[in-house]
Design a protein around this ligand. Structure first.
Ligand code: HEC
Length: 144
């Protein structure tokens, strides 16, 4: 058991370095199971590095799909789903600024900034993308 935990730790370390390491580091047996179990968490922490566009000027859609969708597409951890107008209506009433503040701080199971490395403008764009598909009509903020 101690041996297994050690290996899990080693894989987690590798995963933090590169998403593709999951495949390389866990080719078989137990290690694959371990990698699968830790993968959702690793993805949330890793996604900022894998959006493919320069940090600081990514679109809301890019950030949403690479990071936020992990919870907001599936409703994982009771996240309000994209497109669920009933779930979003009371939140949209906070206004874009209110939602940005809330997302920066994090809320219950939602980590600060949704676990992303988005700057404030990117985060606001991402919330516009998510909220506007869920009943809002926020305006996308201008680039910094
Ligand atoms: C680990 C899962 C998870 C990820 C990843 C995640 N969220 Fe969330 N999010 C949640 C949950 C759960 C809630 C509901 C929190 C509550 O009201 O208790 C939430 C709520 C929100 C809210 C509403 C906040 C409010 O005050 O009602 C916004 C806006 C939001 N998320 C934006 C984002 C954005 C943008 C991203 C990506 C950058 C993101 N989330 C990524 C889980 C997640």
């Amino acid at each position: 058991m101690a041996h297994l935990n050690l290996r899990a730790f080693a894989i987690a370390g590798a995963v933090l370095v590169s998403a593709s390491t999951i495949v390389v580091a866990a080719p078989k047996g137990d290690e694959e199971g371990t990698a699968k179990r830790i993968a959702p968490v690793a993805r949330v922490e890793l996604a900022p590095a894998s959006t493919g566009a320069a940090a600081g000027n990514r679109s809301g859609e890019q950030i949403y799909k690479s990071i936020c969708a992990a919870c907001h597409d599936s409703g994982a951890a009771n996240a309000p789903k994209l497109g669920d107008k009933t779930a979003w209506a009371p939140r949209i009433k906070l206004g874009l600024d209110g939602l940005v503040k809330s997302a920066i701080a994090g809320k219950n199971a939602m980590p600060p900034k949704g676990g992303s490395d988005a700057n404030d403008v990117e985060l606001a764009r991402t919330i516009v993308y998510l909220a506007n598909k869920s009943g809002a009509s926020f305006k996308e903020p201008a680039a910094k």
